[in-house]
Design a protein around this ligand. Structure first.
Ligand SMILES: *Cc1c(COP(=O)(O)O)cnc(C)c1O
Length: 389
């Protein structure tokens, strides 16, 4: 057996899987253990590649060609509250309500540790940091979304569950990761109205730029902070702007909570590069260019979803995010699908066997990439699902 044959690689992957327990082996560990494997498409990673291109081009012109990169690296960046003033007007939110974060993950940790106590309701399947980072004294209570209902969340049923469990806090990711399900601004408004008495209602809008309600505005509920002081909006810039390595995010919270966080640190928590990004984000010219790459990517997401949905043997759940939750329906397990996609086509997808709420079915999450990469993903899925019939 040759060292680059699909069988050789498949066997190596199976060995790795056995050693990795419930989690899928990471792309880095696969690369280091099977250097002969060529990963041609990373359909696990959830970012807009066209936005990364735009950021690179802006950086080239503004920082590299001009020599200003040195300043960005040599000097201290602006304080947290100074950056909040930079992005406030673009968000239409008072800067006193904005906490700038070193990636959304920083604010998830800060909010869970400082403002949440007792039972917190979390719909599953969901982004695991919300329960993994819960400190002592915070008890995640899972509200299970059902596949029969396409993982959609029913607001009144959810509110009832919050009451039955006597929860003091609730967390909603909208659009949700890994299901892509979406609640409209009106529905989130209803939820906030019902749950005004809770101490914290977190709405994670990390994928909100991929959702649309018919026009090209971003359907964020951030402005509702003036009406609901218990609202905490958490936003990552990693996925929509394609800059996970820059570490940029923000939270929208009551001004008291922002002040409390800032009294306890976080002064220079953004790097010079993150500051460069936030200043770019505040510019109309950049927003116009970004609007174009956003729209292009949304169009490709829709086309990609239709093409995936047309393949026999997998079921594609409706999504307003830049990925699709798929269920393999031809008897193949999610792990076997993952291994076949990787060893035969070099396409890396996310198996969901380790996701609470998805352990039982054969679920995988497939990200939308560039047009060319999407075509490769579609060919690979067709071949893999078709071959085991
Ligand atoms: C990726 C992700 C985050 C973390 O984003 P960073 O800004 O990179 O820390 C937070 N919430 C959700 C739902 C995510 O998918």
């Amino acid at each position: 057996m040759s060292e680059t044959s699909p069988h050789f690689i498949e066997n190596k992957l199976l060995e790795m899987k056995k050693g990795a327990g419930t989690h899928s082996p990471s792309i880095a560990s696969i690369r280091s253990k099977i250097p002969e494997l060529e990963i041609s498409v990373d359909a696990c990673f959830l970012s807009n590649p066209y936005a990364t291109d735009l950021f690179m081009q802006s950086m080239q012109e503004d920082l590299i060609d001009t020599g200003k990169l040195r300043d960005v690296l040599e000097f201290y960046p602006t304080h947290n509250s100074g950056l909040a003033e930079v992005i406030g007007p673009q968000l239409g939110v008072d800067s006193k309500n904005i906490f700038v974060a070193n990636g959304a993950i920083e604010i998830i940790q800060a909010v869970l540790h400082r403002f949440v106590r007792g039972s917190v309701v979390l719909s599953i399947p969901t982004f695991s940091s919300y329960y993994e980072f819960a400190p002592e004294g915070v008890k995640p209570v899972f509200y299970e979304l059902s596949k029969e209902n396409d993982f959609a969340l029913d607001v009144s049923d959810y509110v009832k569950f919050v009451r039955e469990n006597g929860a003091g806090a609730a967390i909603l990711i909208n659009p949700n990761n890994p299901t892509g399900t979406y609640l409209t601004q009106v529905q989130v408004g209803e939820l906030l109205e019902e749950l005004q008495d809770l101490s914290v209602v977190i709405i994670d809008e990390s994928f909100i730029h991929f959702a649309s309600e018919g026009d090209d505005t971003i359907p964020s509920v951030g402005k509702l902070i003036s009406k609901y002081p218990n609202l905490v909006v958490i936003k990552s810039m990693s996925k929509d702007f394609g800059i996970a390595g820059v570490r940029a995010g923000y939270g929208i919270l009551s001004s008291d909570r922002v002040a409390e966080l800032l009294e306890n640190g976080y002064l220079w928590n953004s790097s010079g590069l993150a500051e460069y990004f936030f200043r770019l984000y505040a510019q109309e010219d950049f927003q116009n260019k970004y609007g174009q790459v956003r729209q292009r990517y949304i169009n490709e997401m829709k086309k990609f979803g239709e093409e995936l949905g047309a393949i026999n043997g997998i079921r594609v759940y409706p999504s307003q995010a830049n990925f699709y939750l798929c269920e393999i329906e031809n008897g193949m397990s999610a792990d076997d699908f993952f291994i076949a996609m990787l060893s035969r086509f070099g396409v890396y997808v996310r198996t969901c066997t380790d996701k609470i709420g998805l352990e039982k079915g054969a679920f995988v999450r497939i990200a939308c990439r560039t047009e060319v990469e999407n075509a490769k993903i579609i060919e690979a899925v067709k071949a893999v699902v078709g071959s085991s019939n």
